[in-house]
Design a protein around this ligand. Structure first.
Ligand SMILES: Cc1cc2nc3c(=O)[nH]c(=O)nc-3n(C[C@H](O)[C@H](O)[C@H](O)COP(=O)(O)OP(=O)(O)OC[C@H]3O[C@@H](n4cnc5c(N)ncnc54)[C@H](O)[C@@H]3O)c2cc1C
Length: 604
């Protein structure tokens, strides 16, 4: 409790912390005295104890999938968090509320320990598009992990390397993440706690929750992952402009035998009366499917009877006659397009549905929420451990808000193309037909679905003549190639992400068959190891046999979230140093440095 001494709060001084004596030593300024609202007055945070000690955790508001993922990603990087949620913590099972994760976000959730992905998620084997009575296209999807991110300048659809998305009920994903939280002593999940007030000062944030035990919490930062009606966003006074009801879908999850087991289907203008404009069928495990019917914009009423009629007509349309089916769940999903004006105000951030809403044309809202969590986690972890520059913390909003804004723009353009109805309609710069365009959001391709490349990020390295060109543009997500780790084990590159440090990857053909004693002391390695040790931010040195588009002896510098910073032809200590400095956003701001760095916390 030594770190508490900096707080001026008369009543609190006599109250024990909830966390005193917990193995994680979480410093969560809290008071379980009901009605305790007034006497609290925050004061600057006391320094961390010499030799490393627990300090204020990050406060994450909302234990939906995004908040859970953020807390887990912070824990993976040694940062404690308090995860506050207003519910009892038991998410209602709603099988009609499913989400599609692309390889990067599915891998991210897996790395965080979500064990339900494998058993309760389904990898699609193919994508089929139909129009009226005609099949337009059938595209095989691959589940090979090395195809996770196709190299630049290749059209994955043309080269047969479109990675299979993972489709899972949201409650199963959330349960998997919640189970992973249970084992993490760096995360304190507090339920029945509704955040209703937020203050911040130069040293941290103070949040109040109401519920059975009204409590004040003190944290280093706060992140609002509290959904589309976000209280945190409102408390910060951030506007949330956009468009209401861009698309509406009647949704049903059912079990039936369809003619295309494990394949996802987009059927436009189906030739039966209740078919409407568009139906999608997306497979789930155990013969279950999620069916979505695009409803007309003018708010057609969906009653249980009309929905059952749609189900029967659709199954009959596809199977010849209505086969036996089991209706599991139904609902209406209304897609809004909104983007919060700001995603950062001082020490407060927004992520997930609190920051944006999208979902038209098969674009996936939760995918983007998980990308927010991954992007923000390493930056907060850097600040928490070492002190960050304002540029690093600001880059969360510049990168992620720009990415989601671009997605929304692409969706708006594609929606007008769809309304135009002509098959030849093309989006500027895509050079592809409408059918391919309408599949992109579902398949995680192109401007509607591919992970963003942060080309104009404030963290982008300006580049230098000694930089090399590889199959990934700087700012884009690296390809998940096999790598050797200094301890001699082998792994995949994505397995090494989200550990709070940069990655330096040497492309050294032939090293895979060598004993590591040899390659660690051979060729470029000693010089590279020296350059890596001198970097301004901690980095792990890895070796890969090959990387698409990279010549032997290329050196890649990769951010903790897997985005490429720069690549060099050989060992270039100065270039590497400058690129690592760009990636951390330059020198930490004086305020961040004034607060002691090198904090440590027990890591699982
Ligand atoms: C029928 C349906 C179908 C959908 N289909 C898809 C789909 O196909 N693909 C897709 O990507 N998305 C889909 N979505 C949207 C998806 O469910 C959301 O994008 C997702 O839930 C967002 O996750 P989140 O963690 O940001 O927010 P949420 O899941 O909304 O979680 C927010 C959490 O914050 C808590 N909270 C709120 N306010 C407070 C407060 N003041 N204090 C404390 N806690 C608070 C809530 O209890 C909740 O636990 C669908 C939604 C519906 C309803």
């Amino acid at each position: 409790m030594g770190a508490r001494s900096g707080w001026s709060c008369a009543r609190h001084a006599t109250l024990p912390s909830l966390d005193a004596g917990t193995p994680s030593r979480l410093h969560t300024f809290c008071d379980h005295t009901p009605g305790y609202h007034h006497a609290f007055r925050p004061a600057p945070r006391a320094p961390a104890r010499p030799g490393g000690s627990a300090v204020d955790p990050v406060i994450v508001v909302g234990a939906g999938p995004v908040g859970l993922a953020l807390s887990l990603a912070l824990a993976r990087q040694g940062v404690p968090s308090v995860l506050l949620d207003e519910t009892s913590g038991q998410e209602e099972a709603r099988p009609a509320r499913t989400v599609v994760l692309r390889p990067d976000t599915a891998h991210f959730a897996g790395r965080l320990g979500c064990a339900t992905l494998r058993d309760e998620g389904s990898l699609w084997t193919a994508w089929r598009s139909l129009r009226r009575k005609q099949q337009l296209r059938r595209l095989e999807l691959t589940d090979r992990p090395d195809d996770g991110t196709p190299p630049r300048d290749t059209d994955p659809a043309a080269t047969g390397t479109v990675p299979a998305p993972l489709h899972i009920p949201q409650h199963a994903l959330a349960r998997g993440l919640r189970d992973a939280v249970t084992g993490r002593h760096l995360i304190k999940l507090v339920t029945e706690s509704h955040v209703d007030s937020l203050e911040q000062d130069g040293a941290g944030v103070t949040v109040h929750t109401r519920g059975p035990h009204p409590t004040w919490w003190r944290g280093s930062h706060v992140v609002g992952c509290d959904g589309s009606r976000s209280t945190v966003r409102k408390l910060l006074g951030i506007r949330f402009p956009g468009r209401t009801a861009v698309e509406r879908h009647a949704v049903a999850t059912l079990r039936a035998e369809l003619p295309w087991p494990d394949e996802a289907v987009l059927h436009r203008r189906p030739p039966w009366r209740s078919g409407g404009e568009e139906i999608t069928a997306r497979p789930l495990p155990d013969g279950a499917w999620r069916l979505d019917w695009l409803l007309p914009p003018q708010g057609e009423l969906v009653t249980p009877d009309t929905l059952v009629a749609r189900v029967r007509d659709t199954l009959a349309g596809w199977c010849g006659e209505t086969p036996p089916y089991e209706l599991i769940d139904t609902g209406v999903h209304t897609v809004h397009h909104r983007l919060a004006r700001n995603w950062r105000v001082g020490r407060a951030f927004l992520a997930g549905d609190a920051a944006h809403l999208l979902g038209a044309l098969g674009t996936q809202e939760l995918d983007e929420g998980l990308r927010d969590a991954q992007n923000l986690a390493w930056k907060l972890a850097y600040d928490w451990h070492h002190g960050a520059s304002e540029q690093l913390l600001d880059s969360y909003e510049s990168e992620r808000r720009t990415a989601v804004a671009a997605r929304l723009r692409a969706a708006d353009q594609a929606l007008s193309a769809r309304r135009g109805g002509a098959l030849r309609v093309r989006l500027p710069g895509t050079g592809r037909g409408q059918d391919a365009l309408l599949a992109d959001g579902h398949l995680g391709l192109g401007r509607l679905g591919a992970p963003a490349a942060h080309l104009h990020s404030p963290l982008a390295h300006p580049g230098a003549p000694d930089e090399a060109v590889v199959g990934t543009v700087p700012g884009a997500l690296v390809i998940d190639v096999p790598v050797s780790v200094p301890d001699g084990t082998t792994a995949r590159l994505w397995d090494r992400l989200d550990r709070g440090h940069l990655l330096v990857v040497l492309i050294a053909p032939g090293t895979g068959v060598w004993d590591r004693r040899h390659w660690q002391s051979a060729g470029l390695m000693p010089r590279l190891a020296e350059a890596v040790a001198a970097l301004p931010a901690r980095a792990e040195l890895l070796v890969a046999e090959s990387y698409p588009g990279a010549a032997a002896h290329t050196v890649l510098l990769v951010r903790p979230d897997g985005h490429l910073v720069a690549s060099f032809a050989g060992v270039r200590p100065d270039g590497l140093y400058a690129a690592a400095d760009s990636a951390r956003g330059g020198e930490p701001s004086p305020a961040a440095v004034a607060d002691p760095s090198d904090r440590t916390a027990d890591v699982n």
